[in-house]
Design a protein around this ligand. Structure first.
Ligand SMILES: [Zn+2]
Length: 361
């Protein structure tokens, strides 16, 4: 059957996961397995895990939400059944927490499925949490930040996350995502050692945790990793990323991921106690590139959001600001310390010597 369901769906229902129906779109069900929650089985799962909030002193810090309001990390909770929380997700957190504590090499050495599921859970958790926040808390009629229809568009992502419960598997020679691990500089205040950037349409999530950066296009079946080469990401591989450089890496990878123009087709079949996902080749019969053309102006707007400053600072219609490469295109080590946030501007960058300053193409 295809991801849109079909005749074979009845066959699946006898097994473990029914597309569409197993995805909770209300707060009364487990966000992961979809079971209806009762007082005895209900727990709250932190979107950002507690070890992370503790390690980086984030309990009282706030997350900026899509509707422009903010909420403390400690209140970013999603409904989860006791089994998913205490068995499957705890196991995941234990491995990931240790790896991040050790550093980028340990994170890169993690089993890729583990890292994918961990990133995927945070990404989906953010969407799920926002689904149940009112668009405008003063106006209940306005609906939620993320409409349920949007969440149901992520049913394939939700299906893949069932791998955390062992009930979904993909073929050994295929992998759902592109994942990059980079090194990061660590500011002196713990709370400055954490940051994230997500793109709703992609799905995409980049995260900076201590000395490690993870960038993931969560459902491109490896396209960002294998089908394109972005100079910015190549530079990132050899740099210790400054917090501002992390923002630029996240913006460029996230923007590129949003240009991915294939809707992968999947064959899903029941195999005993699990379902197997086989993804058709992304190129298919089409010679069309996998990505729509890179538009400098569109990207500049994403970069402006990532840097939190006006687009005019970063793009003048012709030149685009970067903190990742110098005038010769070589990786550029930001000369200011990790604790400092310098407001980058195109005008200033243009006055710097080409070899030493950020690249102005
Ligand atoms: Zn569950």
């Amino acid at each position: 059957m295809t991801e849109d369901g079909g005749a074979a769906e009845d066959e699946l229902s006898r097994f473990v996961y029914r597309l569409g129906e197993a995805q909770a779109l209300t707060e009364g069900r487990c966000f992961l397995c979809g079971v209806v929650l009762e007082a005895a089985t209900r727990t709250d799962e932190h979107v950002f895990p507690q070890w992370l909030l503790r390690r980086f002193d984030l309990y009282r810090e706030t997350v900026n939400l899509l509707n422009g309001t903010s909420m403390p990390y400690a209140r970013m909770l999603i409904p989860c059944c006791r089994v998913c929380n205490n068995e499957y997700l705890s196991r995941l957190e234990e491995k990931v927490s240790k790896a991040f504590e050790t550093g980028p090499e340990a994170v890169a050495a993690l089993d890729r499925a583990t890292l994918f599921l961990w990133m995927g859970k945070i990404y989906y958790g953010l969407l799920f949490r926002e689904l149940f926040l009112l668009q405008d808390r003063r106006d209940r009629e306005a609906g939620t930040i993320v409409p349920p229809e949007l969440l149901s568009e992520f049913r394939m992502h939700h299906l893949l996350m069932q791998a955390a419960r062992g009930v979904v598997r993909w073929r050994e020679d295929q992998f759902p995502a592109s994942i990059f691990v980079f090194r990061a500089q660590e500011p002196s205040r713990p709370k400055d050692c954490f940051d994230y950037f997500d793109v709703i349409q992609a799905p995409f999530l980049a995260i900076r945790v201590g000395s490690t950066v993870v960038v993931s296009a969560l459902q491109d079946w490896g396209a960002l990793e294998h089908a394109v080469q972005l100079p910015a990401l190549e530079a990132a591989k050899v740099l210790d990323l400054h917090p501002q450089q992390f923002r630029e890496v996240a913006a460029i990878a996230g923007y590129t991921a949003s240009l991915f123009n294939r809707v992968p087709k999947h064959l899903i079949h029941a195999a005993g106690d699990h379902v197997e996902v086989f993804t058709m080749p992304l190129g298919g019969l089409s010679l069309k590139p996998l990505y729509d053309p890179f538009e400098a102006e569109d990207f500049a707007h994403v970069l402006a959001v990532a840097f939190g400053q006006p687009v005019e600072d970063l793009f003048d219609g012709q030149y685009l600001m970067t903190l990742l490469r110098d005038g010769e295109g070589a990786p550029w080590a930001v000369p200011w310390p990790a604790d400092e946030w310098v407001r980058p501007s195109l005008a200033e960058a243009k006055q710097r010597p080409a070899a030493g300053g950020p690249r102005v193409p």
